[in-house]
Write a protein that binds this ligand. Sequence first.
Ligand SMILES: NC(=O)c1ccc[n+]([C@@H]2O[C@H](COP(=O)([O-])OP(=O)(O)OC[C@H]3O[C@@H](n4cnc5c(N)ncnc54)[C@H](OP(=O)(O)O)[C@@H]3O)[C@@H](O)[C@H]2O)c1
Length: 316
Amino acid sequence: MKKEMKAAKYEEFGGPEKVKVGKMKIPELKEGEVLVRIKSAGVNPVDGVVLNGTYKDMMPHKLPVIPGWDMSGVIEERGHAARRFEVGDEVYAYARRPEVKWGTFAEYVVLPESCLASKPGSISFEEAAAIPLAGLTAYQALYEAGGLKEGQTVLILGASGGVGSYAIQLAKARNAKVIGVASEKNHEYMKSLGADHTIDYHDRDVGEATKEKYSDGVDLIFDCTSGKTMKQSLKALKAGGKMVSILTQKGDIEQDINFEFVFVEPNPTQLDHISKLVKDDQLKVNISKKYHLDEIGEALKQIKTLHTTGKIVLVM
Ligand SMILES: NC(=O)c1ccc[n+]([C@@H]2O[C@H](COP(=O)([O-])OP(=O)(O)OC[C@H]3O[C@@H](n4cnc5c(N)ncnc54)[C@H](OP(=O)(O)O)[C@@H]3O)[C@@H](O)[C@H]2O)c1
């Protein structure tokens, strides 16, 4: 087995400038684990949040850390008893582990085979790497926490970004009506994904603009932005409706509403369902920019803006 790999890593918490590309040892394969040769890794806002130390008291960290939680690649070796995949199989995963240490911005990662799903054959490694974290977030927020049903109406705050782009498409796959909120420049993009209506949060009160379209309000609000946009949206929540947020906590909301916070969990069974939607042409991946692993600093600066359209990925 190869002993060393090229990887992005940081020795202390801080901004993108703390991340350097260098050599790291490849961890040994243990029972039930596989070695994956990473082809591409999705970049997510959480990578910058973990890097700046926000989660250091919530999850164990072991420095130096290789950042990155999304990946697609090829099985290169199997540990004892790992039999779900063959060497050479193409896989993808949301590869968040209990300890923050071995991420996916590297040439290789060792993972329990139970984290992995088969990569959809119809899309590239880059497209596959852009799915897991953001796609599962949208899936768990809309389908699990939100219980979205056919014919319901959902207001998606931050609908042109990584999570929002999948949320629009997953809501349309359930035959829901979708209102997407983002800047004017992203309105055609959101419509191309299936949004029935779009609202620009810069020049309108999002709640009032939604009520002009649906006077009774919406069944579900999916909050990917928090702050003023989230607060404005509350007046458009139907009686008996629900807000699901991936940023706001229940304590931040004064009104007594049906509310749930979601922190995305790895789930290969749900990834298999997402793969089927990809195969059936119900879910497309939109990559606005690809960066080489050596350009990790630029990629982290872009994702930190919280104004990325679709997804950005690293190519190894
Ligand atoms: N809890 C979890 O499990 C979880 C999982 C994934 C992500 N997240 C968090 O959720 C957020 C979204 O993630 P992402 O990957 O989709 O980010 P992203 O790709 O950067 O997308 C951000 C989106 O928010 C929009 N936006 C920015 N400011 C806004 C505002 N004031 N009002 C309305 N929309 C606004 C952007 O549109 P414009 O560019 O047009 O402004 C864009 O559509 C991030 O903060 C991320 O850390 C949490």
